[in-house]
Design a protein around this ligand. Structure first.
Ligand SMILES: [Zn+2]
Length: 392
C-alpha cells in the first residue's frame, strides 16, 4: 500500500478493508514498562488452564448461538494454544523451531444468554461504561474477572470481528476486561462465516488479553518498521496481511523490514485458515503476563459455575438424600430435558448424561467414593450446581 494512503487511513483511524479482524487498542503505556520475569521461573510453572465464561448477547435470534457453536470455539482454543491445530505442517522449515505449545488450555465454566435491546452492543457506551459488560445497561455483568476470562459474543458496528483488552491497561476497568467476538466470527459451525470461520478471532483476541501485540507493533501497520511486538523470536514486520481474506494466503518468503515475515502467526490479520502458530517468545510473554497481571487465573477452578439468572422459571431441580451414604436422587422439573454432569472435588468428570428427562433421576452409588461432588444440571439456558457429600 502506498504510504501516503496508509498514513491518511491511520490519521482517520479507519480500518483498511470492509471487514477486518481486530479492533483491539494496544495501550502505549502499561505492561511494557514492566520487565518480564526471568524465563526460568515462568517455564517452571508448566500448564495453565484458564476457565472461560461465555456471555451470549443476542439482538436477533440467530445471534443466540447454539451450545455446539460455543463448544466448537472452545475446541479451537484448545488446539491452537497447544499446537495441536491443523496447518502446522505447512510452516516453512525456517520457522519450524519457533512453533510453540503455549501450554495454555481452556475450560468452559458457564454460558449466559441475554436478549439485549441494542443492536451492535459490543461497542456501545453509556456514561463511559461499556454496555455489553453490564446487566443493567443491556449486556451481562462479567463473572469474577479476577478468576475467569469473560468472553462477550455480540454484534458490533465497526466491521471488526473482535477485540481483546490488554492486561494492565489503565483505560479498561476490571469488569470490562476480556474479549469481544462477533457471532459470525465465533467458532467453526452454525453462524460462523468465511473467511473468519475457524475460530481464530478468539485465539487472536485472547493473545491480546495475555499481552501479545500484533507482530508489526503499534498502529494499523508499521510500514517504516519503527515499532515492535516486544517478542524476540518474531521477525520485525511491517504489514498486517489483513488484505488476505479471499482465496489466497500469503506466500513464503514475504519480506519486510529486512527479513521474511512470520505472516502465519496468530497475531496477524489474514483469513483464519492462513494463521497457525504462536512462538516460544510469545509463550514466555503470555505466561509472564498471567503471573504479573492476571494471577487470579492461576487460582481459578474449572468447576462449572452456578448462575442465578432472573428468569421466569421457578421450578428448581432438587437433590434428595444429601449428605448420602450411598447414591442419591435428583428430582428434575417435568417440563424440560437436562444435561447432567458430575465432577469430583478436583474437577474430574465422573458422570455425564446429555439427555436426562424430568422426574426422579437416580445416581448410581457405584459412581462415588467418600468425598464431595458437584452435580451440574443444565436445561440449555440455565445451569444449576448441587454439592453432594458422600460419607459412608
Ligand atoms: Zn489484534
Amino acid at each position: 500500500m502506498k504510504s501516503w494512503l496508509f498514513l491518511l487511513l491511520m490519521a482517520l483511524n479507519l480500518p483498511l478493508f470492509g471487514q477486518y479482524r481486530c479492533a483491539s487498542r494496544q495501550p502505549s503505556t502499561g505492561p511494557d514498562s514492566a520487565p518480564a520475569r526471568p524465563l526460568t521461573a515462568i517455564e517452571a510453572r508448566g500448564m495453565i488452564t484458564i476457565p472461560i465464561v461465555i456471555h451470549i448477547l443476542w439482538f436477533t435470534p440467530s445471534e443466540n448461538l447454539t451450545d455446539a457453536q460455543i463448544q466448537s470455539q472452545i475446541d479451537v482454543l484448545n488446539e491452537d494454544f497447544r499446537a495441536l491445530n491443523n496447518g502446522l505442517s505447512t510452516i516453512p522449515p525456517v520457522f519450524a523451531s519457533d512453533i510453540a505449545d503455549m501450554e495454555i488450555e481452556f475450560c468452559l465454566v458457564a454460558v449466559t444468554r441475554t436478549r439485549t435491546p441494542f443492536p451492535n452492543v459490543a461497542n456501545l457506551y453509556s456514561d463511559g461504561q461499556r454496555r455489553a459488560c453490564h446487566t443493567l445497561l443491556g449486556g451481562h455483568d462479567a463473572l469474577d474477572p479476577e478468576h475467569y476470562l469473560n468472553a462477550w459474543v455480540c454484534s458490533r458496528s465497526d466491521n471488526a470481528c473482535g477485540e481483546g483488552t490488554f492486561p494492565g491497561d489503565p483505560g479498561v476497568p476490571a469488569d470490562e476486561q476480556g474479549i469481544f467476538i462477533r457471532p459470525d466470527c465465533f467458532g467453526t459451525t452454525g453462524t460462523a462465516a468465511a473467511p473468519f470461520n475457524l475460530g481464530r478471532t478468539a485465539t487472536h483476541e485472547i493473545g491480546h488479553y495475555l499481552n501479545l501485540k500484533h507482530l508489526w507493533g503499534e498502529g494499523l501497520e508499521d510500514p517504516l518498521c519503527q515499532s515492535d511486538d516486544m517478542v524476540d523470536d518474531t521477525p520485525e514486520q511491517a504489514y498486517s496481511y489483513s488484505e488476505f481474506t479471499g482465496e489466497d494466503c500469503p506466500a513464503h518468503p514475504s519480506f519486510s523490514c529486512g527479513s521474511a515475515d512470520l505472516f502465519m502467526n496468530f497475531m496477524n490479520l489474514p483469513a483464519d485458515r492462513c494463521m497457525s502458530m504462536f512462538t516460544n517468545g510469545q509463550r514466555a510473554r503470555a505466561h509472564a503476563a498471567i503471573q504479573t497481571f492476571r494471577p487470579g487465573l492461576l487460582e481459578a477452578s474449572c468447576l462449572p459455575v452456578g448462575l442465578n439468572e432472573n428468569e421466569e422459571e421457578t421450578e428448581e431441580p432438587l437433590l434428595l438424600q444429601n449428605p448420602s451414604s450411598a447414591g442419591a436422587r435428583l428430582l428434575l422439573p417435568q417440563k424440560d430435558r437436562f444435561e447432567i454432569a458430575i465432577f469430583d472435588a478436583s474437577g474430574r468428570l465422573v458422570f455425564n448424561d446429555l439427555k436426562a428427562s424430568g422426574g426422579f433421576y437416580a445416581l448410581d452409588p457405584g459412581l462415588f467414593i467418600n468425598g464431595i461432588y458437584y452435580i451440574k444440571i443444565r436445561n440449555g439456558r440455565k445451569i444449576h450446581v448441587k454439592k453432594l457429600i458422600i460419607a459412608r
